[in-house]
Design a protein around this ligand. Structure first.
Ligand SMILES: *[C@@H]1O[C@H](CO)[C@@H](O)[C@H](O)[C@H]1NC(C)=O
Ligand SMILES: *[C@@H]1O[C@H](CO)[C@@H](O)[C@H](O)[C@H]1NC(C)=O
Ligand SMILES: *[C@@H]1O[C@H](CO)[C@@H](O)[C@H](O)[C@H]1NC(C)=O
Ligand SMILES: *[C@@H]1O[C@H](CO)[C@@H](O)[C@H](O)[C@H]1NC(C)=O
Ligand SMILES: *[C@@H]1O[C@H](CO)[C@@H](O)[C@H](O)[C@H]1NC(C)=O
Ligand SMILES: [Fe+2]
Length: 439
């Protein structure tokens, strides 16, 4: 018989015993979606800690549950930290989805299934008016905007989310457990709408390995640079980080630059530009900003803007390239603030007109939106911005963008500090696109 003392001793250890029960290593977690860039497709990505099959069972909402199924495969990701933690990243591409139809799905294998999630397949019509939420610099400590984004995603007001670099702070930390925790946190939005990304400086450790392994963007570049189409927009995502981490390969600057040039050339073919007249870019570190720090964008000869002459061969920057190919809107983050610029090229303002600067602007429109919330808090502004600075806010928040039609884009800034108030908005209106629109 167990004495009262022994029993109470055992009881006092009970919480410890519970803690030592191992998790189910075959259970899917960190579920997130991305658009594969092919009409009618969606990629489901998730993690398990033991090897399992990779299946998605799905069906139209209101139809028979899990009527269809698709299989994919898993890659092994071994983190480079001391513990060399190992995980399996599963990817399944769903194809032949009905445009604009809502699907219900779960993912995993017979050894463990995720919760049930749903998503709406992207409408493939070029007259579709997609709605985006966009931001950068969202961490798993102090992710202030996340709750509002969760609710708005559940209300169905976004078709796509763009995360413009800097995740988790930082994914590699604590032997990549911070990466796991962050991916669990964003599952609340990313399992429901495609979550499209580009790398930032906080992903740089171990040659961006957490970023390259955990996301599944279109193309064959481990999510570093790629492009895709939605509605009347061609969207290009790239890495500004190639200019800053030469130790991972100087050739990456040139590889990316040549790819960008070729992609822009293709997007500017008359038939392509007619169908998708808007070209929107997203990259982490801006070419311009008026923050009170020493970042690249505060300098006149920012590396992202004008390239690097201190290396051999010299590396070209991106401002001339984007201007030459008539990029309409450039989205950035990195500065933990929001800043909207007047149309700018070569450090000079090129308003459409003084009264309507964004109606037929004569240079690209830049938006910097890196205040979603992270452990580094927000940044401060320089009290004397240059003339291209149009609106600035240090509130936590994020942006919304809608590609309304071939001539109109709507952009607005949400302040989370002010409970969701829209603190800035513009319409960018263009009757013509491409280089000739500047003249
Ligand atoms: C399952 O994963 C855990 C954690 O990575 C590992 O310790 C264990 O050896 C794995 N078991 C099998 C059967 O692979
Ligand atoms: C896709 O969007 C277009 C433009 O808004 C709309 O006319 C069409 O009905 C949508 N397609 C579907 C399948 O809902
Ligand atoms: C870093 O990763 C990129 C992308 O996979 C690769 O091209 C490059 O060679 C890597 N650099 C080093 C130093 O391993
Ligand atoms: C651009 O337009 C804005 C808004 O009207 C105005 O405040 C600014 O001075 C203009 N800049 C130039 C250089 O014309
Ligand atoms: C595009 O949308 C704007 C704003 O809703 C509207 O005023 C304009 O007429 C539309 N243009 C076309 C070509 O549909
Ligand atoms: Fe950054």
């Amino acid at each position: 018989m167990v004495s009262v003392q022994t029993a109470s001793l055992l009881l006092s250890f009970a919480p410890l015993l519970v803690l030592s029960v191992p998790p189910i290593w075959t259970q899917p977690e960190q579920v997130h979606l991305s658009y594969a860039g092919v009409l009618g497709s969606m990629v489901v990505t998730w993690t398990t800690f033991n090897k399992t099959d990779s299946k998605v069972e799905y069906g139209l909402q209101g139809g028979r549950l899990f009527e269809m199924s698709a299989e994919g495969d898993a890659t092994v990701f071994v983190d480079s930290g001391e513990e060399k933690r190992k995980m399996f990243i599963h990817r399944v591409t769903l194809t032949d989805l009905k445009p604009a139809a809502t699907y219900v799905y779960h993912c995993g294998s017979d050894e463990g299934w995720s919760d049930i999630f749903s998503f709406t397949a992207l409408n493939s019509s070029s007259s579709f008016s997609p709605r985006f939420a966009l931001y950068g610099d969202l961490g798993n400590e102090n992710p202030q905007s996340l709750a509002r984004l969760q609710k708005e995603t559940q209300l169905g007001i976004y078709d796509v989310i763009l995360h413009i670099g800097d995740f988790a702070y930082d994914m590699h930390e604590d032997n990549a457990r911070i990466g796991d925790e962050f991916m669990r946190q964003i599952q609340s939005i990313a399992a429901y709408v495609p979550y499209m990304t580009c790398p930032g400086n906080h992903e740089s450790t171990y040659n961006f390995s957490n970023y390259r392994n955990r996301f599944s963007m279109p193309g064959q570049t481990e999510s570093l640079w790629y492009s895709w189409n939605l509605g009347s927009a061609h969207i290009i995502s790239f890495s500004t980080e190639v200019y800053f981490y030469l130790e991972y390969g100087m050739e990456l600057i040139f590889k990316q630059y040549n790819w960008l040039k070729q992609d822009l050339e293709e997007a500017n073919k008359p038939e392509n530009r007619a169908a998708r007249p808007w070209i929107i870019t997203m990259g982490h570190r801006p070419m311009y900003c008026s923050d009170d720090d020493q970042d690249d964008c505060t300098k006149f000869d920012s590396w992202v803007r004008v390239g690097r002459n201190d290396i051999k061969p010299p590396a070209p920057g991106l401002e001339d390239l984007f201007y030459h190919y008539g990029v309409d809107v450039e989205l950035w983050a990195h500065e933990h603030t929001y800043e909207r610029l007047w149309p700018v090229y070569g450090d000079k303002v090129y308003n459409g007109s003084k009264e309507q600067p964004y109606v037929n602007p004569k240079a690209p429109v830049h938006i910097i939106t890196g205040s979603a919330g992270c452990r580094e808090r927000t940044d401060r502004f320089n009290p004397n911005p240059k003339e291209w600075s149009a609106f600035r806010s240090t509130d936590y928040g994020y942006s919304r963008l809608q590609v309304v039609n071939t001539t109109h884009i709507y952009l607005e800034q949400v302040s989370d500090d002010q409970y969701g108030k829209v603190i800035d908005s513009i319409w960018v209106v263009k009757e013509r696109h491409g280089f000739s629109a500047w003249l």
